[in-house]
Ligand binder design. Sequence first.
Ligand SMILES: Cc1cc2nc3c(=O)[nH]c(=O)nc-3n(C[C@H](O)[C@H](O)[C@H](O)COP(=O)(O)OP(=O)(O)OC[C@H]3O[C@@H](n4cnc5c(N)ncnc54)[C@H](O)[C@@H]3O)c2cc1C
Length: 341
Amino acid sequence: MAPLSKTNVVVIGGGPGGTATAIRCAQHGLQVTLIEGAEVSRPHTSETLHPEIEPLLKKLGVRDQVLTANFPQCPGRWIALQGERQFYGFGENKHGPKLGFQVKRSQFDTLLLEQAKAMGVKVLQPCRAIEPLVSRGQVQGLITTAGGIEATYVVDATGRHQWLARKLKLNTTPYSPSLQVEYGYRIGHCPEQDYSPLIASAPGGWVSVAKVQPLRYQWTRLKWFQPSDTPWYPPHLAELLPSDTTHVMDMTWHLINPAAGPGYFLVGDAAAVLDPISSQGVLNAIASGMMAAHLINQQFQQAKLPLSIADRYATWFRTNFYQDLMALQQLYTPILSKVTA
Ligand SMILES: Cc1cc2nc3c(=O)[nH]c(=O)nc-3n(C[C@H](O)[C@H](O)[C@H](O)COP(=O)(O)OP(=O)(O)OC[C@H]3O[C@@H](n4cnc5c(N)ncnc54)[C@H](O)[C@@H]3O)c2cc1C
């Protein structure tokens, strides 16, 4: 085993939560190591980014790169969960409707990771977290496939793998029945899907379809009851050809508590998961990474703070989570009460 290297902050995971944490810590002048388990960023998936992300991207120094990447933009989403379709816009500013981005995640994640490297973050890839180093209840680093790393703070940004929460056996509270999400792609022409994404009722849940590249449509289906094994895709894409396999994952809403403790922070999906209908997963991952970095920097600048930064972060995270949860519950309550009646 290689000897321990030392750093101020070690971040596990190179998704938006991890790279945002790393970039902000490096901008504050901290020494940062980021480890990413996958050899390359995930392929293909396309996601809608809420327009509120733009000022955060500016702070991270990647707004111009995102704008020049020419990702398709849209002013909101159509939602038709109870029959009539309704347009849920992202709001307006003085220039007109606010526009979200429909990004290819591999390209978006690479932009952020490149910015982290440009800011002096030491990136180890591929490199996986194996075991946390914990002494007297304080997380002090971790063992990775590239050796040991000692750090003042360990930030878990492993997404739904929730590596540190599992290792520390932290408390997980579910806030929904078991939910599953599956997604896949169809190739061809479907002009009715060429503009803003549509989220509509589908048997046992909802389905969202968005054009992600010329002639390529991504569909995502959320199911709120036990899934059947029958292969499925949106009927109005039946004429299009299938592409790749269908991916399935658990999407039960849940929160890990506390989201920070002695020597550690959990950011993004590593701390909480809600379903993608809100288009806020990436925004929340970036915002929580930036908040963790801000508090870590405060601690380095000022050893004595009136409140523990872990408590401040955990409270901030929980409050935001409950706000998003309430918005989702409002959206779903009428439908679920109809389905279960
Ligand atoms: C089908 C689907 C559709 C979605 N649509 C949207 C959408 O339209 N808009 C939106 O905002 N959000 C959407 N989301 C949610 C969004 O994908 C997540 O909220 C977001 O990716 C969370 O970012 P993160 O940085 O926390 O985690 P991730 O992006 O998951 O990144 C985690 C990283 O950690 C790495 N990692 C994991 N374990 C280890 C380990 N042991 N060692 C080292 N590295 C490790 C992984 O390889 C990965 O790169 C969707 C999710 C799904 C499943």
